[in-house]
Design a protein around this ligand. Structure first.
Ligand code: PLP
Length: 465
């Protein structure tokens, strides 16, 4: 059955009162995900194997290093190393060995242009122009840089609107942006609240977009529940109130399609160590909509200088009129090299195919949990949105013994992660996970409860979970 999940928006209203003539434009929008939401699954192991046999992306798994014997379901924390990334890093090391400083212009992929080059490759994944994306910095630093660039508090418009479910670093950065302007975050940072601690209602967020809000900054996907926010709707509502809007797309780039230009998002940031498989602490990305290219970056640095004139070493700052203008420091070439390899694979697979498999994997997981683990004594529940168009790449499984069950899973070499208070996050990555692994996960969960295996572990959470 095709779900009746669409949005009706009045996009134009024309009133010619003299002749009592009203024209209303109404658009009925059916989201992209609608064709992939009707599945018919079965609970048996053989059915999982059949799904794998029919999987058009199955061949990509062998191009990754999946840790020996592991069921690795943590790709939304740290994606795995691909052979392509490994070769690209070795090539960069070799360039450094052969060329020394000459590598900036003579390496196989000259280092001087690499950040822009990878930005252009990533732009294709997020629906942006090649010059609107650059690989640079880290997620949090990029939030500081872009929020401080676009947050322009004036007399009656001083507030930043965020949300209470965002990843903490984002909120720390927003708070410090308010303080940097000499303003009080208690008054000037508003956090949209959630009714149930899991999800945000976009209409509630829009309800807070008042005339005193200067900037909105939100996540694309909530890091705990996996809810995918309607970025187009939020952007449109923000702009209709003359408010700028940015997103942290760390949990969606590489697993969900984006249309940042079409949605007219003002700016965005995302990390590359999750679904982009760039490696631990790898260089992040930022997006600046072309309409803001003239705007001077708040955190200026020499790598943001107009490229052709950077080595003139002038003291006055002239920023590149592209996302590249928001670079601050020398690019980390070894980290960018890993991304060269991993982006290549994502493009080869195609983001549409990746999203399609991701939705099928997460739907299958929710199906197995509902069918086999939801009742006593198992008592797992799904804390992720059921509708495909509202779900990112992972599923939150809730259980009151979530911490200890995660530990029990890890001791069996099944690797999800845990987020307080009770969430086991499972992120099947379409490029290297299989349906059979999802089946195995649910089988382990059943066995852990049957044997009360979790009771061997301390209730306290480990430092990194
Ligand atoms: C949504 C989100 N933003 C930011 C970060 C972390 O930022 P950074 O890359 O600066 O450590 C994470 C880390 O998992 C995240 O999930």
């Amino acid at each position: 059955m095709i779900p009746i999940s669409y949005r009706i928006r009045v996009i134009g209203l024309h009133a010619k009162t003299r002749y009592h003539l009203w024209i209303i434009w109404i658009v009925v929008e059916v989201p992209e995900a609608r064709f992939v939401t009707s599945y018919s699954f079965e609970v048996g192991e053989d059915f999982a194997c059949k799904l794998d046999l029919k999987d058009p992306l199955a061949g990509f798994r062998q191009r990754f290093y999946v840790p020996e014997g592991a069921v690795y379901l943590d790709g939304n924390s740290l994606g795995l190393l691909s052979r392509a990334s490994e070769s690209a890093v070795l090539r960069a090391l070799n360039d450094w060995k052969r060329l020394g400083i000459r590598g900036w212009l003579e390496a196989s992929n000259p280092w001087f242009y690499l950040a822009e080059d990878l930005g252009a490759k990533c732009a294709a994944l997020v629906g942006a122009r090649p010059d609107e994306v650059v690989a640079t910095g880290s997620t949090t630093v990029n939030i500081h840089s872009l929020v401080n660039t676009f947050y322009r508090p004036v007399a009656n418009r001083k507030k930043i609107l965020g949300d209470e479910l965002n990843f903490p670093t984002d909120t720390y950065a927003l708070r410090s942006a308010v303080k940097l302007r000499g303003l009080d975050p208690e008054e000037n940072l508003i956090l949209a609240s959630s009714k149930d601690g899991r999800f945000l209602d976009e209409a509630d967020v829009v309800g807070l977009m008042n005339g005193d809000v200067a900037l909105v900054f939100l996540p694309s996907v909530l890091y705990r529940s996996g809810q995918l926010l309607d970025m187009e709707y939020l952007s449109e509502e923000a702009h209709s109130r003359r408010i700028l809007i940015g997103f942290d797309c760390s949990h969606s780039v590489g697993v969900v399609q984006h249309h940042l230009d079409k949605w007219e998002v003002d700016f965005a940031v995302w990390c590359s160590y999750k679904y982009l498989n760039g490696g631990p602490g790898s260089t992040a990305f930022l997006y600046v909509n072309k309409k803001h290219f003239e705007h001077e970056p708040s955190l200026a640095g020499w790598f943001g200088y107009v490229k052709d004139k950077q080595f003139d070493m002038a003291l006055g700052f002239e920023h590149a009129k592209s996302a590249g203008g928001w670079q601050i420091s020398s690019p980390n070439i070894l980290s960018l090299a890993a991304l060269e390899g991993s982006l290549e694979i994502i493009h080869e697979a195609g983001i549409e195919a990746i999203r399609k498999k991701s939705l099928k994997l997460t739907s299958y997981l929710m199906y197995l949990v509902d069918e086999t683990l939801s009742e006593s004594p198992y008592n797992f529940s799904v804390g992720a949105p059921r509708e495909s168009e509202r779900r990112g790449g992972h599923v939150a499984l809730e259980h009151e013994e979530g911490t200890r069950i995660s530990e029990a899973l890890r001791s069996r070499n099944v690797i999800p992660d845990f987020r307080p208070p009770n969430i086991i996050r499972v992120a099947p990555t379409p490029l290297y996970n299989t349906y059979h692994e999802i089946w195995k996960l649910t089988n382990h969960l059943r066995d852990i409860i049957d044997r009360k295996d979790y009771s061997k572990y301390a209730k306290e959470r480990k430092r990194i979970s």
